[in-house]
Design a protein around this ligand. Structure first.
Ligand code: HPA
Length: 274
């Protein structure tokens, strides 16, 4: 359910008191990717349940903390964990953190997730920068009355992911010495992983990876005028003809090799930003 204006303000005021310098960048750390926080100077670690009107975070591999802190002198709003539609949350709830980030002063969102690799050239442990997405959630956080003070009724989605940041990401990954993949993320509801026929269909639709998150947050961020960069850790390989079984535990473990790449890359991107 969407919050009332008063409830929204309570959540924003609660978090704002923890910042002496407003955050300019928001970061969402997805499944198995929370270790970025270890690189930060952490000022406050706030469990989601302490934030007024925030829901509980129930997803495995998601700590569920809002981290106020900085890296390379940049003030950050970091979500260590996120909310998913498969947890039973509404699109409005999932994107509440984005609207709060915007109200706190965030201009750029860096999102991350774990995904299944559909592109046959991708390997488990690869990091992919998202160039586009396909919203197969068939849900949208912008449905309902539009708040014109946040963004337009019909937001453009021709280039959701900032081209300059994508270019910078490739330059930095090259310097750091690892291959950075680039591709299209398809968002499905989950929580089950897909059938072989579904993986085959997703590849034909033009997706390089598949996951269960990120797209609602990106839509809300773009609506609110934020620029966005998103990274996907390729975990299980979705090869329809030779498909093995997949479990949540395996996906979390398989995200680990991509984590140091994400940490190094986002750290370097931050140095050159805002
Ligand atoms: N499908 C959907 N979401 C996922 C997958 C997958 O194969 N792997 C990690 N997240």
């Amino acid at each position: 359910m969407a919050l009332s204006a008063d409830q929204f303000k309570q959540a924003c005021d609660f978090l704002e008191q923890y910042y002496s310098v407003p955050p300019r960048m928001g970061i969402i750390l997805g499944t198995g990717l929370g270790g970025f926080v270890d690189d930060m100077e952490v000022h406050h670690r706030i469990p989601f349940r302490q934030i007024p009107h925030f829901p509980e975070c129930s997803a495995t591999g998601h700590v569920g903390h809002w981290i106020c802190g900085s890296l390379h002198g940049k003030s950050l709003a970091v979500m260590q964990g996120r909310f998913h539609l498969y947890e039973g949350h509404s699109p409005a709830t999932i994107t509440l953190p984005i609207r709060i980030m915007k109200a706190l002063g965030v201009k750029h969102l860096v999102a991350s997730n774990a995904s299944g690799g559909l592109n046959p050239a991708f390997d488990s442990g690869d990091l992919m920068v998202m160039e586009d997405h396909i919203n197969l959630h068939f849900r949208n956080p912008l449905i309902g009355p539009n708040d014109d003070s946040v963004g337009p009724r019909f937001p453009d989605m021709s280039a959701p992911y900032d081209a300059n940041w994508i270019q910078q990401s490739h330059r930095i990954a090259n310097q750091l010495g690892f291959p950075l993949r680039q591709g299209v993320y398809a968002a499905l509801l989950g929580p089950n992983y897909e059938t072989r026929a579904e993986y085959r269909m997703l590849r034909r639709l033009g997706a390089d990876v598949v996951g269960m998150s990120t797209v609602p947050e990106v839509i809300a961020a773009r609506h609110a005028g934020m620029t966005v960069t998103a990274f996907s850790a390729v975990t299980n390989l979705c090869r329809p003809d030779t498909l093995g079984t997949t479990s949540g535990e395996e996906v979390i473990a398989a995200a680990k090799p991509a984590e140091p790449k994400l940490r190094a890359l986002v750290g370097e991107l931050l140095k050159n930003s805002y």
